[in-house]
Design a protein around this ligand. Sequence first.
Ligand code: SF4
Ligand code: SF4
Length: 183
Amino acid sequence: MAESINLKNAPSFINEVQKSSGIKLRNCYQCGKCSASCPMVFQMDYPPSTLIRHAQLGLKEEVLTSKTIWSCVSCITCTARCPKEIDIAALMDVFREMSVKEKLATKEQAKIQKFHKSFLEVIRAHGRLYEMSLIIRYKLRTLALMQDVNKTPKMLFAGKLNLFPPKIENIEAIRKIFERCSE
Ligand code: SF4
Ligand code: SF4
């Protein structure tokens, strides 16, 4: 159900988002370019610009329970096109984190976050995707140990699952990127 608009909530939510992300939410002037560019808008309950407007109005629950934040695939088109240089893709990430932290995400939505975390850990550890490691990390996080297990032989046979991790040169450079991002 939609929250009633109480502008007293706005500054605290905007400040909370700005503090954790460094993204200046107030700068959005609702040009709509992000919404017009988004390839996933058909899956969302609100286009990205409306979501940002809700955030500016302090509609925290509306934002953190919206389908929009979970439909975003982080393609960064909106971020690249925003005339106010607002990193909308990163903002979606912040909203997803907040939604899980505040227990407003459904179980299925929280799994998306667990998948993202597992994926990033694999890239950090191996420098590129290592499917076997991703599957193990994701399954341990979600405890969905038997999910899709019947597909394993077919994937192994088709060469889609390598038993051994990939080898890449200069993995240290990849790790440095992660270090810089977490600073
Ligand atoms: S493109 Fe940027 S300024 Fe325009 S609506 Fe989206 S976030 Fe706001
Ligand atoms: S990053 Fe997300 S919100 Fe932005 S254009 Fe891509 S899918 Fe849409």
